[in-house]
Write a protein that binds this ligand. Structure first.
Ligand code: FE2
Length: 504
């Protein structure tokens, strides 16, 4: 994906006004290229509405014949996009429409919080900029708050390093028609690693806003990723690679320029905002950017999204001061879980909540980057889960590039300790897996990990019903094959009122 601007367009309000009478004064544009190369997306569904997203792109100007010529690119003007939401794919029954202004300060991204829709139904949406028409996306509102839809299916995914594979898993996800897609982070990778890449970032690690934008744009140029976005609304949280590997809060390993890192983090957060179907941002800087939140789907389920990166203290920080979520988010989580009365309470976080001993034999070794590095914080989360008296807590995660199904306990060393929640971690879409030997050790050392499988790539599909939840781990035949197929590798059931992993 060439990096942004510049510029072959003529401002013209006439084209838009002619297409949709009544929208005179709209500042549209006439394009000589397709400005919708990054596709469309929707997210954050409520019973009344959904957020729509797109971003206009512009081709690079041809390189000047004289390589020493100074080319001063003019800024791109604001552009008005028309958006419409219809009940049918042919847009014969448009139920909402409007205009959203895309500005260069946000990379000409558009975020529209549509309201006035009916609960629990599919809609189609698209954008128009001048005469250019976006692809059509499909989205779905949430069931009304007091309604039990009886059944709800959502896919969850993580870790899609672009160079290490193709996105057949995302294509398959779109084809299986979920009601919702939850992305748990490592949507982009800032770094290249591993060998034998199937494609290339083409540039080094991003540090500036423009470089993070270009990285997102590269990933979002992938047609299978676009298909997954166009298939259903998404909820998204990030992990570390959206900024820098293994960063924690306001610091990153090996980075000594603190203010410089905070500027870089803000640039990465802004680029994330500009490429995700999240509610319109009021403006201002991205020194902080809230992604945690609770989303309800009738009385059947709610999904609580956590951010274990932005507010985290360093793993070496001492005792009581060590925090994975930050004090504010922890207090918010406690209140939010108290308000969770759904049959299934899904807690969506970045990694594995359960303990994971990485060392064979009687010795133990734990990752400092996961909840194992923040045991007191894990205890407080379990306090909140228990205090809330959730009917069926389900924890989902990613990050580890391997599939896990686990039984969450207060004391993982005690075989008879009660199971407090059931946990499923999805493998990576493409990112390199741990070694078979490491996986064998983990499986042998951790009896509460009822399933542990590396070496496969794909995603998970959860189908929630009244009597049980079923979770399928879906694996692709070969991440390096753009035409790879996918199949259900392993299915599990969780019975209503009985936390625990049941292999099907
Ligand atoms: Fe990852």
């Amino acid at each position: 994906m060439p990096s942004l601007p510049r510029r072959r367009l003529l401002a013209s309000g006439l084209a838009a006004a002619a297409l949709w009478p009544g929208l005179a004064g709209v500042r549209a544009a006439r394009f000589t290229h397709d400005p919708f190369t990054l596709g469309v997306a929707s997210g954050c569904p409520t019973p009344e509405g959904v957020v729509l997203w797109t971003r206009l792109t512009f081709p690079e100007p041809p390189a000047p014949a004289n390589p020493f010529a100074v080319v001063q690119a003019a800024p791109l003007p604001p552009m008005d996009l028309l958006w419409e939401v219809a009940e049918d794919e042919g847009f014969g029954r448009v139920v909402r429409q409007g205009v959203v202004r895309a500005v260069e300060a946000f990379a000409h991204s558009a975020h529209v919080a549509v309201t006035g829709l009916r609960p629990d139904r599919w809609y189609f949406y698209r954008f128009r900029a001048g005469e250019a028409l976006s692809p059509t996306g499909r989205t779905r509102t949430a069931p009304a708050g007091d309604v039990d839809p009886g059944r709800f299916r959502f896919a969850f995914a993580a870790c899609q390093q672009y160079e290490q594979g193709y996105y057949a898993a995302l294509r398959d996800m779109a084809q299986r028609d979920p009601d919702l897609i939850v992305h748990l982070g490592d949507y982009i990778y800032e770094m290249s690693y591993g060998a034998g890449h199937v494609r290339s970032h083409g540039t080094g690690n991003p540090t500036t806003l423009r470089e993070y934008r270009d990285r997102y744009a590269l990933y979002k140029s992938d047609p299978d990723l676009q298909a997954a976005h166009a298939a259903a609304p998404w909820l998204v949280i990030w992990d570390d690679h959206e900024v820098i590997n293994n960063y924690h809060g306001e610091e990153a390993p090996g980075v000594t320029d603190g203010p410089g890192f905070l500027r870089q983090r803000a640039a990465a957060y802004q680029a994330c905002y500009e490429h995700m179907p999240v509610p319109p941002h009021a403006g201002g800087d991205f020194a902080r950017f809230r992604i945690h939140g609770q989303h309800r789907f009738g009385t059947l389920l709610d999904i609580t999204l956590l951010d274990s990166r932005q507010y985290r203290t360093p793993p070496q920080a001492g005792g009581a001061g060590r925090s994975y979520l930050g004090a504010e988010q922890e207090a918010w989580l406690d209140r939010s879980l108290q308000q969770s009365h759904a049959r299934w309470s899904v807690i969506a976080q970045q990694t594995l909540l359960s303990e994971r001993d990485l060392e064979a034999g009687s010795a133990t070794r734990y990752s400092g980057d996961t909840w194992d590095g923040y045991r007191a914080a894990r205890g407080r989360l379990l306090d909140s889960v228990q205090r809330a008296g959730l009917a069926n807590p389900l924890v989902i995660g990613g990050d580890l590039h391997a599939f896990y199904a686990a039984e969450v306990k207060r004391d993982f060393a005690a075989p008879d300790a009660p199971v407090l929640a059931t946990e499923f971690v999805t493998g990576s879409i493409t990112s390199n897996p741990p070694s078979a030997r490491a996986m064998a050790t983990v499986a042998a050392e951790n009896p509460h990990l009822k399933f542990a499988s590396g070496g496969q790539h794909g995603y998970a599909m959860a189908e929630l019903g009244r009597g049980q939840a079923q979770v399928d781990f879906i694996a692709v035949s070969d991440r390096r094959d753009p035409a790879a197929t996918a199949r259900v590798a392993q299915s599990f059931a969780v019975l209503n009122g009985r936390p625990g992993v049941n292999r099907l």
